[in-house]
Design a protein around this ligand. Sequence first.
Ligand code: MRU
Length: 353
Amino acid sequence: MILESKIRTIKWEDNVSKVIDQTLLPYEYKYIEIKSIENMYESIKNMIVRGAPAIGIAGAHGVVLGAYECEKEYGNDIIQFKDNLIKKSIWLKTSRPTAVNLMWAIDKQIEIIKKFEGCNIQRLIEELEMNVKSLEEDDIKINKKIGENGAKLVGKSWGILTHCNAGALATVGYGTALGVIRSAYANDKTIKVYANETRPRQQGARLTTWELIEDGIDVTLLTDAMCSYFMKSGYIDMVVVGADRIALNGDTANKIGTYTLAICAKYHNIPFYIAAPKSTIDVKIKNGNEIPIEIRDENEVFKINGKLICREGTKTINPSFDVTPNELISGIILEDGIISGDYEKEIKKLFNM
Ligand code: MRU
């Protein structure tokens, strides 16, 4: 069974990208319009749009916006048009480094540009616009499949812990980890969700609780350090989180703090699942050590709501993601099913390698 989400995080409409400005939530629910590839770069970097699948779609939108700009500049010269659009698209891929969905979706657009034959720029732009629509639709369909697959793992009245936001707000509109929770809730209204706050950007507090309350799903907010207390006290039957990049051997990068959760879950014998689309798997990367980890501005740690929370001159480092080793992962829930055990073997099978 499916519980539709009311949230549509990103949509292509009237030749612009419309996104929910996630920096304003939970105080304000507002769409903004992104009208240039430069503006899209900044929106991804500054996390107006965030979450691996959502920034993938944003990247694909950005390429179309770049195409409009190149059309103005290079008019009828298809070679110049293609060269410059590819350059802009490659640049857009650098807006954030960890979530591979961004590179994956932009590469899909680049493939279309490279393969296009003929000199009708308008026709090429139409192909890019059509691809945006199909990526958006696929994202929702894929998430629903992930949800259905994952829901089969959930027992009656279970407590499910999640981290960061891997919901409708991190995708086009259903969610990966929260997709599993949505589908499980549709089958059993007595499940309880525990959402980690997710310092420093507080996606759990600001986004996950907002989104689940919006859909009427029972949610309790925890600070990140509470996880072992709640596991030991019997509140948690399962952990399910999203992913930003999965290496060939199943090692998984996700929001900072995920690794700690996986260790705590192992200690307490609680199953720990990753929910993600296949596009999050980077088969070019052998293991987690090769995944680039984004280091963000120190002020995200030093300040809450713009106010310093420590003494001036304090030091910090702000890695935005960590990598959970495959041996701590009970299974990876994908649109094609759930893989576990020898991840490398399973992933190679999935990709016909
Ligand atoms: O820095 P963010 O908010 O983009 O990080 C998002 C996460 O880590 C999510 O858990 C991940 O992208 C999975 S999204 C379905």
